[in-house]
Design a protein around this ligand. Structure first.
Ligand SMILES: [Mn+2]
Length: 396
């Protein structure tokens, strides 16, 4: 017999689907949240007959359980853990642990792609086109590579995963992977996926207006409350606010925080680690501990959301030769303009700041981090320029 304990997200369930394709009714699969894994492993170790082979995928245990698993492995040889989370790297010390973040060809891995590779190497599964395609979609979604590759099929697979129950998803995929040459969605799925995608867009648009900005130690972060679509939301908010180091998404009901960054120089798994969580460099999470609550909820609750940059302007544009006008909640106004290509200046309430900047983006980044200013609409910009023109005429 086999037992698989895996994560309850698309990548984790991808492993469950592979296990069922390989072992049929000889495997029992259980999907877990990060928080419930240790309990499940303990239950397994306390109750099984030692002849069951245990797989753990896409998740990793705490130190105490790690020791118990090692004892079980020494007694039976029946454990294999496969993970791709950076924070689990130390488990490679064990014969039963295999944690790989990037494969030998430089591609980011997912638990599903690692497990597929494992099953093929062990001769436990037959490689087919449709399974290979499915595994690649899961990998691209989980590593966010789909976005760079514009592989919307991968994103849609995850959207479908959250539209139906895990059992239904498993059943649909198993049937499809056993019977089809190629992996695709059926007509009905395509229709509901279109509707769902519209709904996600509207949700994200609303959440953009709720984002608050704050300094956390050396970092500038955006804080937002949301129960769903964390990956899409973190990515969109990050791209719209490149001056923020990372986005913290609070799920109050679930008492959890997700951290997302679009920047290569930030490691959010380390930030989640401060509160006992973990994950990847660009996507991580932790429980909402008392300390996390203090920092992310209590200290940010009074902060007003920053209005979004005006999007439909014809005059107040970035790099405009008249300058670009910004405003903040304290009603301070900022004009950003250049003296030469490599010399950019910010005027605050018509007085230049001491700092000079070598590019537009450097100046805007400084302005948005330190003054929480947003790009104003054309009307405000035109009023401002008219005021300036009037002043000049009065002086003449
Ligand atoms: Mn994963």
């Amino acid at each position: 017999m086999y037992k698989l304990l895996s994560h309850n997200d698309l990548d984790g369930v991808g492993c469950g689907i592979l296990a069922k394709l390989a072992f049929h009714d000889q495997v029992k699969v259980r999907y877990n949240s990060i928080a419930s894994l240790d309990r499940e492993i303990e239950y397994f170790l306390d109750n099984n007959q030692q002849d069951t082979f245990l797989f753990i995928t896409d998740l990793s245990p705490n130190e105490k359980i790690e020791k118990r698993l090692n004892d079980y492995y020494n007694a039976t040889g029946n454990v294999q853990l496969l993970d791709h989370h950076k924070t689990a790297h130390h488990l490679n010390e064990y014969e039963w642990g295999k944690v790989v973040v990037e494969d030998e060809n430089g591609y980011l891995t997912s638990a599903t792609s690692l497990f597929y590779q494992y099953l093929i190497t062990q001769g436990l599964i037959e490689k087919t086109n449709s399974i290979t395609e499915f595994v690649e979609l899961v990998r691209q979604y989980d590593t966010w590579e789909w976005e760079k590759n514009e592989n919307h099929q991968a994103h849609r697979l995850n959207t479908l995963f959250y539209l139906v129950s895990i059992e239904e998803f498993e059943e649909k995929m198993l049937e499809r992977l056993k019977s089809s040459e190629q992996f695709d969605f059926d007509e009905f799925e395509k229709k509901i996926l279109n509707m769902e995608e519209e709904k996600i867009k509207r949700y994200i648009r609303r959440k953009k207006r709720e984002l608050v900005q704050t300094a956390m130690g050396e970092f500038f972060t955006g804080v937002v409350y949301a129960e769903s679509y964390h990956s899409e939301l973190g990515n969109e908010l990050g791209k719209e606010n490149v001056h923020l180091d990372f986005i913290a998404i609070l799920n109050m009901g679930g008492k959890k925080i997700s951290f997302r960054t679009i920047h290569d120089h930030i490691d959010v798994s380390a930030i989640a680690g401060e509160f006992g969580g973990g994950g990847h460099q660009k996507a991580a999470g932790c429980s909402l501990t008392d300390e996390a609550y203090k920092q992310y909820v209590a200290q940010t609750f009074h902060i007003e959301p920053i209005p979004e940059d005006a999007k439909r302007n014809s005059y107040n544009l970035r790099f405009s030769s008249f300058g670009t006008l910004y405003k903040n909640l304290k009603k301070e106004i900022f004009l950003l303009y250049s003296i030469s290509d490599f010399d950019w200046v910010i005027e605050k309430n018509k007085l230049p700041l001491d700092q000079n900047f070598t590019s537009f983006y450097e100046a805007e980044w400084f302005l948005k981090r330190n003054y929480q200013a947003w790009l104003v609409k054309d009307e405000v910009f035109v009023d401002y320029l008219m005021g300036e023109a009037r002043k000049i005429r009065q002086q003449e």
